[in-house]
Design a binder for this molecule. Structure first.
Ligand code: PEP
Ligand code: MN
Length: 292
């Protein structure tokens, strides 16, 4: 990894912390769990998700409003109306939110509603987007490309870092292979390698890796055991009704159960799953104003 200048780990203790809100920081002893649906579908949906998860160890919400869909005829996301939903639940439940940015033109409006901007797999080497994200002062969640090598992944992070944004979290989300039983192959070897090569926090997305809800729990445990700094997991109030990625969505109850089963695994590798939850901040904007 000769070309990585800014992402390279300089000594075994070199570890960056990436803070997305007052009490959510990636890269510390604490394993950060992000939960939520594939796509924001309505205020009511996100309200149920946040209401259930805010008192659990899930520390941040996910939900796509600009969706990179294989088919142009599939639901493309709620767009700006979805951002208003995210901002409203964030304020009401004091949970930071992560959402995907697909284009430079979306950055400004997303910055107003999200605490972390996700670069999806399909955009990992969209170098103009990466350069632009290097110029903002919000953390970036960079997902590994569908068929990107570890070196290409690190160099994509290097684009953001070298343009001035040092708050980058890497996300392994599975890579393409020959088997189609799982959606992708979760490359935990890459997680171990990235933790050795770079000082950036590394999290795992078992949902897009497996594509099957029954595999999410064991893969999450394996990810924590091999040194991941966090997880991003899809869950939905009525999983089979998800407008996208229904087969991989957990119910909210399954999500909470899963997080608790990770506690002994985290403890075994000297980490912990957060249990502290800040009180709900009910300075909420009335719904009709929030999504107007
Ligand atoms: C997502 O997290 O919603 C997503 C589309 O993931 P990926 O870019 O990893 O496919
Ligand atoms: Mn999805």
């Amino acid at each position: 990894m000769n070309n990585a200048k800014l992402a390279a780990k300089l000594n075994p203790l070199h570890q960056s912390l990436v803070q997305i809100s007052d009490n959510v920081t990636f890269g510390s002893e604490e394993i950060i769990i992000i939960g939520g649906p594939c796509a924001v579908e309505s205020y009511e949906q996100m309200e149920i998700v946040a209401e259930k998860l805010h008192s659990s160890p899930v520390k941040a919400l996910r939900g796509g409003v600009y969706k990179p869909r294989t088919s142009p005829y599939a639901f493309q996301g709620m767009g700006e109306a979805g951002l208003k939903v995210l901002a409203a639940v964030r304020d009401k439940y004091n949970l930071p939110v992560v959402t995907e940015v697909m284009a430079i033109s979306q950055i400004e409006v997303i910055l107003a509603s999200a605490d972390m901007l996700q670069v999806g797999s399909r955009n990992m080497q969209n170098f103009d987007l990466l350069k632009e994200l290097g110029g903002i002062n919000k953390p970036i969640l960079l997902k590994r490309g569908l068929a990107a090598t570890i070196e290409e992944f690190v160099m994509a992070a290097e684009y953001i870092l070298s343009h001035g944004n040092s708050n980058v979290v890497l996300c392994e989300r599975g890579i393409r292979s020959f088997d189609n039983y799982t959606r992708n192959v979760l490359d935990l070897g890459a997680v171990a390698a990235l933790k050795q090569i770079t000082h950036l926090p590394v999290i795992v997305d078992p949902s897009h890796a497996a594509g099957r809800r029954e595999l999410i729990a064991p893969l999450s445990k394996a990810a924590v055991a091999c040194g991941a700094d966090g997880l991003i997991i899809e869950c939905h109030p009525v999983p089979e009704k998800s407008v996208s990625d229904a087969q991989q969505a957990l119910s909210l109850e399954e999500m909470i159960d899963l997080v608790h089963t990770l506690e002994p695994v985290a403890a075994a590798v000297g980490r912990k799953i957060s249990t502290n939850t800040k009180g709900v901040d009910r300075k909420s904007t009335p719904l009709h104003l929030a999504i107007a």
